[in-house]
Design a protein around this ligand. Sequence first.
Ligand code: TYD
Length: 148
Amino acid sequence: MNPNLQAHAGPSGSIDFCGLRDLPKISDPRGSLTFIEGKQHVPFAIQRVYYLYDVPGGAERGGHAHKALHQLIVAMSGSFDVVLDDGRLKHRFHLNRSHAGLYVCPMIWRELDNFSSGSVCMVLASNRYDEDDYFRDYGTYLAAQALA
Ligand code: TYD
């Protein structure tokens, strides 16, 4: 087994562990309500929330992988694409519903693009911000995945 992966808790390093998850949605004539509880609707305790907004047309975000971070990505408004890449397989997800989230396990390279005007990308994360948790170089990421 790749020694870089041994320290990771839970699923890691394969797109097979990632995917769209439906979130609870309570609708009535006054509108809709969605809620997300840590370890209930996402497989981790939520330590941080951040969001991308005012993204100009044609911009690309992401372009990195996380060593240990679990995330859920939600299109709170508008739409955008998330391309997940584990070094073996690549898959493009189109996010356009605020009652579904894309779960991304650790050790997955991700790129976000195709943002619609006014879109908001919210991310729930399993840890606080830590630059040491990033792979920002694709070759280094592949080496850690034992694929370089
Ligand atoms: P980054 O994760 O590279 O953004 P993206 O993947 O969307 O392109 O972060 C961009 C900058 O913001 C970088 O300088 C780190 C900083 N940042 C924080 O300070 N805290 C955070 O929680 C996040 C996600 C980023």
